[in-house]
Design a binder for this molecule. Sequence first.
Ligand SMILES: [Zn+2]
Length: 298
Amino acid sequence: MKTKQIGSILVHQVVEFENLALAASSIFMDCQPEMLARGREWLDPRFIARDSDDIYLGFHSFVIQSGGRNILVDTCHGNDKRRDGNFAYYNELHTDYLGNLARHGLKPEDIDIVLCTHLHFDHVGWNTKLENGRWVPTFPNARYLMSKVDFDHFGRVAPDSHEAMHLPSYHDSVLPVVEAGQVDFVAMDRTGDHDLGPNLWLEAAPGHTLGSIVLHARNEAGGALFSGDVWHHPLQFAEPSLSIFVEQDVAMGAATRRRLIEGCADTNTLLMAAHFPSPTAGRVVSHGDGFRFQFADD
Ligand SMILES: [Zn+2]
């Protein structure tokens, strides 16, 4: 997509990296081979391998330019961050993320608001950067919006918990922006308290984490849904029982997914999902009893 225009709203995609191939059964619970076979019949080849059970994910942010403000949605993994365990694929990355931001004509100083849809490691990383051995806010003029529920939760995660993979990012990518006084916490029942300008609003979308938030954009020209990790892959539109392993509340996540899918299916709403590979933006269309996804024309 690179950039999409919805009337007066511009949306830029800032890529961190693309085309991470993962075995579907390694990220989805109860992923059956026949689900993948059915998916291969309609999914764009940019989403699924033909000759293995791999699926493809991308990692990117979106910058919304609207009402004179620049709003950055999700901040990927970040550079220089030491990670280990199962997720070593992003250990000490050195990507050109800020260069990709610059190619949209934007400097870190230009970002007014950073929204973290939830506080998993791949959505908070560029909140901070390494400077003289310290983690400092990457976006010095931004207010960072994040859910209080997630902040409290990840502050209590034990080192031996199955969620411990999110502890290093909590310490090097979340706490430093809180300590810098740049965070406005979002309460799940008061998402309307945060003014993002005309045509943009937050909505609570709990399940993947109990503090997950999505962002809506709508004007006379159309709409967009910045859906974070409510879904990871469009196979979940056709196979509603598919949930990712790290879902905090599987039933709540499925209900949130269903509600948001039904809200945008067969409309002009562009889906801006956190992990769909390029060209990323697309639409949900109903198909029989279920739903499918189509990339928007680039
Ligand atoms: Zn994610």
